[in-house]
Design a protein around this ligand. Structure first.
Ligand code: CA
Ligand code: CA
Ligand code: CA
Length: 349
């Protein structure tokens, strides 16, 4: 069979298959940049309400006082009136406990890192949220980790979905949310890591949220940007400096968090990454084209892909636009649709 005929047949086959599993949806991705960030944020809120029949929990950081009078006595002023460190239980009232103290800023982190002034316009004025490094002069700490609890308790719980507004994500792979659940033995397992789609323009908001079909999310790990904006070792603040996109240093922060009110956690089964799950499914469903175990998943930014020597073809997910691509022996790359739809069809969420 000629390669291009094979490609045509495969695409026809993929198109036929695409409608078989539509009824089964384990999870749904909501993502948008710029004006679409607001739309997707609203859509996610609506989806939470319709899935749980109650409004989601919202944290917009705006009520956190920056002058030392914040309600929780453990909130510590880093820069008077500008930057504070909030304790891990500051938002227990909404059903979250942080892994570490993090930081709220009222001036877009301009006082904490002057070289980023104007980079992070608040989605909801005026406070925004980020991590900082507590080692003097180090900026390695990139993660905001939080666990869900029953509101106003320290009892572990699960949410059906979590989403966050990011500010100024401009590069592939710089920012992400990874969702974790628990298996029957209470081991922490990844339910999938999702990268924030970047904007081509500085200072824009992005939204990323995933809504699952049950309260399976016990924890989330949010990575805004490539570095912490500043370090604070209890004595002095040291600024990281400006972002440098040419060198792959994309700085970002977060604003509004929205999530379904935590309830009793439902355990889930361990999952491979959504990319591996999808490729495994393709190998099972289209074994003639993608013989199983013929190659491992590889990364070539922005793609995660597998190569099949047998059919001289590649199947890959682009984390730039979240589409699935097929590259056959004729060298023509073909877009075969939104990866989110394929994850759903392959029951990878
Ligand atoms: Ca805000
Ligand atoms: Ca920027
Ligand atoms: Ca940036």
């Amino acid at each position: 069979m000629k390669p291009h005929l094979k490609t045509g047949l495969l695409l026809a086959l993929l198109a036929t298959l695409s409608y078989q599993n539509l009824a089964i949806a384990g999870a749904k991705l909501f993502a948008g940049t710029g004006a679409a960030a607001t739309t997707e944020f609203t859509n996610f809120k609506t989806a939470i309400k319709s899935a749980t029949t109650q409004d989601g929990s919202l944290i917009n950081w705006d009520a956190v006082k920056l002058d030392g009078t914040d309600a929780n006595p453990n909130t510590r002023v880093i820069q008077q009136g500008k930057t504070v460190e909030i304790p891990i239980d500051r938002f227990k009232v909404r059903g979250v406990i942080f892994a570490d103290p993090y930081t709220v800023s009222g001036d877009g982190f301009a006082a904490a890192n002057p070289a980023t002034t104007g980079q992070f316009p608040a989605f909801t004025p005026s406070n925004t949220f980020a991590m900082f490094d507590n080692k003097n002069g180090e900026f390695k700490d990139r993660k905001i980790e939080q666990s869900f609890v029953l509101v106003n308790t320290t009892t572990g719980a699960g949410t059906r979905g979590f989403g966050a507004i990011f500010l100024d994500v401009e590069q592939e792979g710089s920012s992400s949310i990874e969702y974790f659940g628990r298996d029957a033995a209470n081991n922490k397992i990844s339910l999938g890591k999702f990268y924030v789609k970047p904007s081509g323009k500085s200072g824009e908001p992005q939204f990323l949220g995933v809504l699952f079909d049950a309260p399976v999310v016990s924890d989330v790990e949010i990575t805004p940007g490539a570095r912490a904006l500043f370090s604070f070792d209890s004595n002095s603040v040291k600024a990281f400096g400006a972002e440098n996109l040419a060198q792959g240093i994309d700085l970002a922060v977060t604003d509004d968090f929205i999530f379904a009110v935590p309830e009793t956690l439902k355990t889930s089964t361990a999952k491979v990454s959504e990319a591996d799950c999808l490729f495994n499914w393709a190998e099972k469903t289209l074994a003639d084209y993608f013989p199983a175990n013929s190659g491992s998943t590889q990364t070539w930014a922005p793609y995660r892909f597998r190569y099949y020597n047998y059919s001289k073809s590649y199947v890959g997910i682009s984390y730039s636009d979240y589409h699935l691509y097929y590259l056959g022996p004729n060298g023509v790359i073909q877009d075969v649709g939104a990866a989110a739809d394929w994850f759903t069809r392959a029951q990878c969420w």
